[in-house]
Design a protein around this ligand. Structure first.
Ligand code: HGY
Ligand code: MN
Ligand code: MN
Length: 412
């Protein structure tokens, strides 16, 4: 069986591990994540790796170097998913990385550095609305205040970590040794239509867009749906609806900006009561941080203006901000050199999606390889990738590690 066929098989098997019947949802520190870590750790051990979980639940497989003091190169991606997810977003990067270690083992190649394959514990931020929890711990930029966050069932992040078998009091000790970290490379589906349009399997990622995640609360007044005249209402859901369309229109008229209201909650939630309160999520992305910040302020003013016109108060809470991150020029050059051995023309694409690489870039050079996905669909069960493209990605990553080893040997 080819390496790509094994990757596809593993993606299918992992794709069946979900916390929701009939659809794929695997969130931070859930029982499904526990089952996922066990399964992936088994494959890592079969590949000859030593496995461990760190204090927040990142799964880490080590392919040791000859020399115990050797530096470490990091590969991987995330094992958590969004709700009703596709099965490639995250796991593809972990399984291509394991395939590279299996290649080294088969060829009895011992690079001058160790390799850690990481299955990050939480990239999507579904359970606690703040993404990158796993990579933030490894990069030493985790905000301990987040441990007090509560999920929809009122479980604090600290308790969720404990229940998972992690240790919320030991997160600092999970930080990577920066002096030993050579760099990080991640293979990920493109989650967009460009490679399909160009009819190419792979691309190099030039930069990762910055993100603002906000929570917006419109507070009006509940009243009787039958007796309250239209001009005397303080309807929080109508205010939210007007704002949501304003967000869409604002993003359509600001090049490079994408804006999404993905979640909305209306209370008290009865058909004959005028909604008193709505809580919305807002996800803003742009390759330029200043443009993103200007947009965030403009939309906050827009929400407040709508609120004033409707007698509805507005609370605007920034949940998380992640700066735009350029990939490492050197590491991307090495990756592109390897890629050109398998694909004559190798485009460079910016990533509108966030990735753990955006956080890892704060402690090490990062590079990313995009793999074509069908119709650019992602965060959807129809997400799919061709086996042939996975094989190209594995071949490129094998050559990339080979090139990195040669470079490393020269510099020693
Ligand atoms: O939302 C994102 O960009 C990524 O899938 N976490
Ligand atoms: Mn992802
Ligand atoms: Mn995703």
């Amino acid at each position: 069986m080819s390496a790509a066929e094994i990757v596809m098989q593993r993606i299918d098997a992992l794709g069946k591990i979900s916390e929701e019947p009939g659809r794929l949802t695997r969130t931070f520190c859930s029982p499904a994540m526990r089952a996922a870590n066990e399964l992936v750790a088994k494959w890592m051990r079969q590949a000859g790796m030593i496995t461990r979980e760190d204090a927040i639940g990142n799964l880490i497989g080590r392919w040791p170097a000859q020399h115990p003091d050797a530096k470490i190169f990091l590969l991987g991606s995330h094992l958590d998913s969004v709700r009703d997810a596709g099965k490639f977003d995250g796991p593809l990067g972990v399984f291509v990385a394991i395939a590279c270690v299996e290649h080294l083992r088969r060829k009895k190649i011992q690079p001058p550095f160790a390799i850690d394959v990481i299955g990050f514990a939480d990239e999507e931020g579904v359970r606690y609305q703040t993404a990158y929890l796993g990579s933030k711990v490894l990069a030493g930029v985790f905000d301990e205040k987040d441990l007090q966050r509560r999920d929809a069932d009122g479980i604090s992040m600290a308790d969720a970590i404990r229940q998972f078998g992690g240790n919320p009091d030991a997160l600092k000790s999970s930080r990577l040794n920066l002096k030993k970290t050579l760099g990080y490379a991640e293979v990920h589906i493109e989650q967009g239509p460009v490679l399909e349009k160009k009819n190419l399997p792979i691309a190099i990622v030039s930069a990762i867009a910055g993100q603002t995640r906000a929570k917006i609360i419109f507070e009006g007044r509940a009243a009787h749906a039958g007796t309250t005249p239209m001009n005397l209402r303080r309807d929080a859901l109508c205010a939210a609806a007007q704002f949501i369309l304003a967000v869409e229109n604002f993003a359509k008229t600001n090049r490079g900006l994408v804006a999404t209201v993905g979640q909305i909650e209306a209370s008290p939630g009865a058909s004959n009561v005028i909604p008193a309160r709505t809580i919305l999520s807002l996800d803003l992305r742009h390759q330029s941080d200043s443009e993103r910040n200007i947009s965030s302020n403009a939309l906050k003013n827009c929400a407040q203006k709508i609120g004033r016109s409707r007698g509805v108060s507005v609370k605007w809470q920034i949940v998380q901000e992640t700066a735009a991150v350029p990939s490492s020029v050197e590491l991307s050059h090495l990756l592109a050199t390897a890629a050109r051995r398998h694909q004559r023309q190798v485009p460079k694409l910016p990533s509108g999606a966030g990735h753990d690489a955006a956080v890892m870039a704060s402690i090490a050079p990062v590079a990313m390889l995009f793999v074509r996905c069908k119709n650019g669909i992602s965060h959807h069960p129809d997400e799919s990738v061709k086996k042939e493209d996975v094989q190209v990605a594995i071949n490129v990553m094998n050559d990339f590690l080979f090139g990195l080893a040669a470079l490393h040997k020269k510099s020693d």
